[in-house]
Design a protein around this ligand. Structure first.
Ligand code: GAR
Length: 264
């Protein structure tokens, strides 16, 4: 049997994208197999979906970790090798200079949770980590330990909007409330910002006057299931390459951006 790309999946909720990936891998529509499903939420229904298919699961309960670390000296709890200054310098999530205490607490508690995630994941070797409705931001501490070769990112996320519009937790809701006439979904590699990484592919759908927030979500999700499979397959075929582009704007300033090239 040809080598199948080993996919680890992180979820927080219902897991319909996870289901699409499991189904496609079982029926050989993608050259991939799911080797673990992890969640930050013990109640995530997606964990049941994984059990049904005999896929190993684990939970790192972020809420409990946050509660247990409250009021305790974080420097005693952070994982070995955690370098706060390095993370603060690399991240693109919080303005650390304006509220250092807040940023310190945020990144230390996340590193504690992420170290636990990494420990669980170490049991299951994987080629690609897929975020399928994982509602936690990953920090540079975690990203650097998965992307050991910076030129070959291997964490993918699906976002319910046409990025760079509407990053954050409610992409379809934000799209609908803004009055957009087109909505969509995006698969991108994860970088140090929130939904800012290099875009792999996007799909769009029309929003008509009779749409509601629910029908917009429904239309979007259906597209997501196909989009994610396409992107995982491109990864499995080794066709994704991240390259740095520099453009000189008319006023002379330079614009730099990492973009994904898809080999034909
Ligand atoms: C999907 O719409 C996905 O795009 C979104 O969560 C939903 C998960 O659905 N992800 C995010 O908003 C990430 N910021 P699912 O659990 O049924 O796959």
């Amino acid at each position: 049997m040809a080598h199948k790309t080993r996919v680890g999946v992180l979820i927080s909720g219902g897991g319909t994208n996870l289901q699409a990936i499991i189904d496609a891998s079982k029926s050989n529509r993608i050259d991939a197999r799911v080797v673990f499903v992890g969640s930050d939420n013990p109640k995530a229904y997606g964990l049941k979906r994984a059990h049904k298919h005999g896929i190993p699961t684990f939970v790192i309960d972020y809420e409990t970790i946050m509660k247990e670390t409250r009021g305790r000296p974080l420097e005693d709890l952070v994982p070995e090798g955690f370098d706060l200054e390095r993370v603060l310098a690399g991240q693109d999530l919080l303005h650390a200079s304006s509220n250092r205490m807040k940023a310190q607490r945020y990144f230390c508690t996340r590193a504690i949770a992420e170290a636990a995630l990494l420990r669980e994941m170490a049991t299951y070797p994987f080629d690609l980590l897929v975020l399928a409705g994982f509602m936690r931001i990953l920090t540079p501490y975690f990203i650097d330990r998965v992307n050991t070769d910076p030129s070959q990112p291997r964490i993918m996320n699906i976002h319910p909007a046409l990025l760079p519009s509407f990053p954050g937790v409610d992409g379809y809701g934000d799209t609908y409330r803004y009055g957009c006439k087109v909505g969509g979904c995006t698969v991108h590699f994860v970088d140090y910002g929130e939904d800012t990484g290099p875009i792999i592919r996007q799909k769009a759908f029309e929003i008509t006057p009779d749409d509601t927030i629910d029908t917009v979500r429904e239309k979007g999700l259906k597209l997501e299931w196909h989009l994610y499979l396409e992107c995982i397959q491109l990864f499995a075929e080794g066709r994704l390459r991240v390259v740095s582009k520099t453009y000189t704007l008319e006023n002379g300033t330079e614009f730099n951006r990492k973009v994904v090239e898809i080999a034909t």
